[in-house]
Design a protein around this ligand. Structure first.
Ligand SMILES: Nc1ncnc2c1ncn2[C@@H]1O[C@H](COP(=O)(O)OP(=O)(O)OP(=O)(O)O)[C@@H](O)[C@H]1O
Ligand SMILES: [Mg+2]
Length: 288
């Protein structure tokens, strides 16, 4: 995560040394143990409050690299709140207070040496409703590389834009209309444009909060295929209300209930043989 710690064009004081030994992070949930060398994100004792109301209670989880992890659970259980802990988006909510530790590649993201803007480039986020900027398709993707100084010449931007749109599976559909507004695309195309925009700044982690809930089944299938391709290079966390989507796209699933992480494990096992009756009840549609 060097690029988060050492933003280009600054000569800030040296990073603090942080050493963290990856011991099994098992205290709150079943099957949380994954090989230490594959841990991309580790959450330790995360409590989140909105004012005096507590939204998350002592969440401990390890999230592996280059894997799709699905977060499932009833509305209001804290999935989005937890997702926002991973790129410090909760910092932007006045009433919100986060306690505990999030480590990415063993570095504490709340350390003073971490620049939240760089962090949010390394940990991209895709929302439920596609949110392209009111700019051209080209400019939507160029935006991040420009503010992060990743390119200067037009030819360099052109390369990044084509590469990002290709990775997002959108290039062939838009290559002849790069100057048209991003908002003129279909919902599914807009969602892939937003994914291209996230990819353009070389993220390592992509957080997706119900990315398909505003899309039709065909657009959804395209995004799911894309997620499956992206996991070769990125660690992906997807929040979904669709059990079938979680089963299709993820290798690991975490079940949240009333602000607690109840259980996390390999997706197949979570859906066929959950350990906790609350997980069983949720996946079989008994509540939520
Ligand atoms: N900005 C906020 N201010 C106050 N309370 C909030 C805020 N955002 C979320 N909450 C509360 O925190 C709890 C968790 O909300 P969160 O949005 O994380 O749930 P969720 O699992 O993502 O739900 P959904 O599936 O409906 O998106 C809820 O009780 C919610 O009302
Ligand atoms: Mg949510």
């Amino acid at each position: 995560m060097e690029k988060i710690i050492k933003p280009p064009q600054t000569n800030k004081k040296p990073n603090m040394e942080i050493t963290v030994t990856a011991e099994p992070n098992n205290n709150a949930s079943h099957n949380n143990h994954i090989a230490p060398e594959t841990i991309k994100v580790r959450a330790e004792n995360i409590d989140v409050f909105y004012g005096t109301k507590q939204a998350l209670f002592d969440v401990n989880i390890d999230i592996p690299e280059k894997t799709v992890t699905a977060f499932i659970g009833p509305s209001g259980c804290g999935k989005s709140t937890f997702l926002r802990c991973i790129n410090r988006m909760n910092d932007t909510i006045d009433t919100c207070r986060v306690e505990g530790k999030i480590l990415i590649d063993n570095e504490n993201i709340n350390d003073k040496s971490i620049d939240p803007v760089m962090l949010r480039a390394a940990v991209g986020m895709v929302f439920q409703k596609p949110n392209p900027f009111p700019k051209s398709i080209y400019e939507n993707v160029a935006y991040g590389p420009r503010i992060h100084g990743l390119a200067h010449k037009k030819a360099d931007f052109d390369v990044i834009i084509e590469k990002s749109l290709r990775k997002a599976g959108l290039w062939d559909e838009v290559k002849d209309r790069l100057d048209s507004p991003g908002t003129g695309l279909s919902g599914g195309q807009q969602q892939r444009l937003v994914i291209a925009r996230a990819i353009a700044v070389n993220p390592e982690i992509i957080l997706m909060d119900e990315p398909c809930s505003a899309l039709d089944p065909i657009a959804t299938a395209k995004i799911e295929e894309l997620i499956d391709e992206l996991r070769a290079n990125y660690s992906i966390i997807i929040v979904t209300h669709s059990m079938s989507q979680a089963a299709r796209v993820s290798q690991r699933t975490a079940f949240f209930h009333l602000g607690k992480l109840v259980e996390v494990g390999p997706t197949e096992q979570m859906f066929t043989n959950p350990k906790d009756t609350r997980t069983q009840d949720y996946i079989t549609g008994r509540f939520g």
